[in-house]
Unconditional design. Structure first.
Length: 204
């Protein structure tokens, strides 16, 4: 059950990333950014299924080239480190952001390889919700063999682009989940030791 929940959680995360990449920057709004391209993600996974089976490593290039540029890893990294961000040097902040991005890619790119028949239903925003610079887009991942799973995308507007800075699955925040893990590492090893631990994990 835990494994299935983790799979669904990170699947929602990567759906958000794929969705953010495709919309026209000049016309994008938070709902259409996600809604207009979720179908493309599922179609791509179906088309590339055999190729990815032969060479699963291709999924890493897809994530790095297409998905990552529209995800606000700077904001995510700052929130994940919490109070430790203030104590970290500029170099340590840069190193942590780079290693944390690698950690997410290395840990969860495989979720895309497990795609079966999921679809994403995006729910409309409340009136005037997108007029500010921050919004939460609600959606559901629907599959044939289990109940719908609620996915919330926390988004922030940067210029004319909407970026995701957190994803919550059934109320569980990815940022909060990693924040507790990073906090424990900093408490035991300090900021530099925590970054070194991430580097070792990424090399593995």
């Amino acid at each position: 059950m835990k494994r299935n929940f983790k799979k669904i959680m990170m699947f929602g995360f990567f759906v958000a990333l794929m969705s953010l990449f495709q919309a026209s920057y000049a016309q994008e709004d938070p709902v259409s950014v996600i809604k207009n391209t979720s179908d493309q993600l599922f179609k791509t996974l179906k088309v590339e299924k055999n190729n990815l089976k032969r060479d699963p490593s291709k999924v890493y290039g897809i994530v790095e080239k297409i998905l990552v540029p529209r995800f606000d890893f700077g904001t995510i990294s700052q929130w994940v480190m919490g109070r430790s961000w203030r104590d970290a040097s500029p170099m340590q902040r840069d190193e942590f952001t780079a290693e944390f991005k690698k950690l997410l890619i290395n840990s969860y790119a495989g979720v895309l390889l497990d795609y079966t028949d999921e679809t994403l239903t995006v729910l409309p925003l409340p009136p005037n919700a997108a007029k500010g610079d921050e919004v939460t887009v609600r959606s559901e991942i629907v599959s044939k063999d289990r109940p719908p799973v609620a996915i919330n995308y926390s988004m922030i507007k940067s210029g004319n682009r909407w970026m995701v800075y957190d994803v919550s699955v059934e109320g569980v925040s990815i940022v909060a989940n990693y924040r507790s893990e990073i906090r424990e590492l900093v408490a035991r090893q300090g900021v530099e030791g925590m970054i070194d631990t991430l580097k070792r994990k990424n090399k593995q």
